[in-house]
Ligand binder design. Structure first.
Ligand code: MG
Length: 176
């Protein structure tokens, strides 16, 4: 009997923080195509996003945030774009693999906070579906996934409509 918060400190790992933050950023350029995939949602558009995979820039940023928080390498290390196995890959499936790696390190997500910068297309009609997809993939309640979308006020490559940038942060907690 005792307070779970009153943890016995014996070994070096006992002193490691129980929570770890992670940050991931990704950018993809617009190219040929008639749809983009963002947060697992297929969104019709005048262009696609150029990529070796399905170009899901939101999920790529999220995967890097998860891996980084768990002390692992980045997505280019686990899913190299020189590997034909990942050509046209469904990024939600790669995310499931990242979650296996994160769980194996003894971590589980507490929440994810994601910001998308895109001049177009208009993303607000798709935000709830993206939140649902991400929440399901991370094993989180919907309330633990925040996705904000904004323009770049016509500044820079985002503002000129040349591409989309996404920034994701996650908090992981130790499960072991
Ligand atoms: Mg990417």
């Amino acid at each position: 009997i005792g307070d779970r918060a009153n943890k016995k400190l014996t070994f070096p790992e006992d002193f490691a923080p129980a929570e770890r933050v992670g940050l991931g950023i990704d950018t993809h350029a617009f190219g040929e195509g008639d749809r983009i995939v963002l947060g697992g949602a297929v969104i019709p558009h005048t262009h696609g996003l150029t990529a070796h995979s399905d170009g899901d820039v939101l999920v790529h940023a999220l995967m890097d945030a998860l891996l980084s928080a768990a002390g692992l390498r980045d997505i280019g290390y686990y899913f190299p774009d020189t590997d034909a196995r990942f050509a046209g890959a469904n990024s939600m499936e790669l995310l499931a693999e990242v979650m296996r790696l994160v769980r194996r390190e003894g971590f589980a997500p507490c929440n994810a906070s994601i910001s998308v910068l895109a001049e177009r297309p208009r993303l607000s009609p798709h935000i709830e579906r993206m939140r649902q997809n991400v929440a399901r993939a991370l094993g989180l309640p919907l309330s633990a996934v925040g996705i904000a979308a904004g323009t770049n006020e016509r500044l820079g490559y985002v503002g000129e409509g040349k591409g989309i940038t996404c920034c994701a942060s996650v908090l992981l907690r130790r499960t072991v």
